[in-house]
Design a protein. Structure first.
Length: 74
């Protein structure tokens, strides 16, 4: 079932540049006293690396400078 889901889609993975962005974010947010959940920092790092917008209801993504965020609401 997973193979069918990903077929024909582009998968964004954690490469060296994403890992560096994650490390930068983690350090910066810790210094500011505004750490985020680990998974959200990885999502933000991938979005920043590939120039993507994060669509989320989580307000803490706004703590990340330079991250494009679309506030999703129902």
């Amino acid at each position: 079932m997973l193979d069918q889901f990903v077929e024909g889609r582009i998968l964004l993975t954690c490469d060296l540049l994403v890992a560096r962005e994650y490390g930068r974010l983690k350090s910066e947010l810790k210094a500011q006293g505004t750490p985020l959940p680990e998974n959200d920092m990885w999502i933000a790092a991938i979005a920043l690396r590939y120039g993507l917008t994060v669509t989320s209801r989580d307000r803490h993504f706004r703590e990340i400078g330079g991250l494009a965020v679309f506030a999703w609401s129902e």
